[in-house]
Design a protein around this ligand. Structure first.
Ligand code: SAH
Length: 248
């Protein structure tokens, strides 16, 4: 895949089953049998044809010990690495729910497309490692997609906690993060290893700088946000179908 060849095969990565399921139903995707990735990696994969696109969805599977979804950067990078290796997609999309910063124009229910990713919980104050820790990676420009679909855009910051420390807030503020979640920077790192283009599409479930605890707002708005993704992601697929990365 180069910037000048048309997009035909898309890999959509989600952390949680509740985020992925509405889209899987809407696109009538079928659970892969056998699974695209054989164990012990816990990710779960679905595939199907949508218009002219081959579409594949993976979510991170459940934690066998705690019976909850494997959220966070470690499972996200494992799923991304193995599914990209198995599929050789033309485009990877990291989709899911996220917190939004009202200071950067975010409101609950918004859909954001990432312009770059950073990490806010990898603080290593040693020359060289400090920048490595932030791990800033630019996303491919998608001005046409953003305008056509009416999505907001901004910097996405990832970390392994649903809450945050003062230091996390300071780092997110200094990078003008609009979106806070737990996977995108890890997936971007893997996509960079494979030289695969990544678009991040995030639906806002909670406002980080809004005064209410993230977990309360997140649980209240998770199903609404998953339904918003059920609408937003097919529009993204329709828009990218047959286009080149340079057309986006
Ligand atoms: N308590 C939830 C667990 C969700 S963890 C449950 O039981 O279902 C949060 C997931 O949503 C992660 O995959 C993360 O990417 C995303 N997320 C949503 N809002 C977030 C926020 N404010 N901060 C970090 N991650 C957030």
């Amino acid at each position: 895949m180069t910037a000048t060849s048309p997009i035909k095969r898309v890999l959509l990565l989600f952390a949680m089953e509740a985020e992925a399921n509405p889209l899987i139903s809407k696109l009538s995707l079928k659970k892969d049998d056998p699974q695209m990735v054989s164990g012990p990696a816990p990710c779960v994969t679905y595939s199907g044809i949508v218009g002219d696109l081959q579409v594949h969805v993976a979510w991170n599977g459940k934690c066998a010990v705690n019976s909850v979804d494997n959220v966070g950067t470690v499972p996200a990078s494992l799923t991304a690495y193995l599914t990209i290796q198995a599929l050789d997609p033309d485009l990877v999309i990291s989709a899911g729910t996220a917190g939004g910063f009202k200071a950067q124009g975010a409101a609950i229910g918004d859909t954001f497309v990432g312009t770059s990713v950073v990490n806010h919980d990898r603080r290593i104050p040693i020359p060289g490692f400090d920048k490595y820790g932030i791990g800033e990676l630019q996303s491919p420009p998608t001005p046409g997609l953003q305008t056509a679909l009416g999505f907001k855009s901004g910097v996405i910051s990832s970390g392994n906690s649903l809450d945050y420390t003062d230091k996390c807030l300071e780092i997110m503020g200094s990078h003008k993060a609009a979106v806070k979640e737990m996977e995108a920077a890890a997936i971007a790192w893997v996509c960079n290893l494979y030289s695969k283009p990544l678009i991040c599409v995030k639906s806002i479930t909670d406002i980080v700088d809004g005064g209410r605890p993230s977990h309360e707002e997140f649980l209240e708005n998770l199903s609404t946000a998953a339904v918003a993704l059920q609408t937003a992601v097919p529009r993204v697929l329709e828009f990218v179908s047959g286009k080149t990365m340079a057309d986006l």
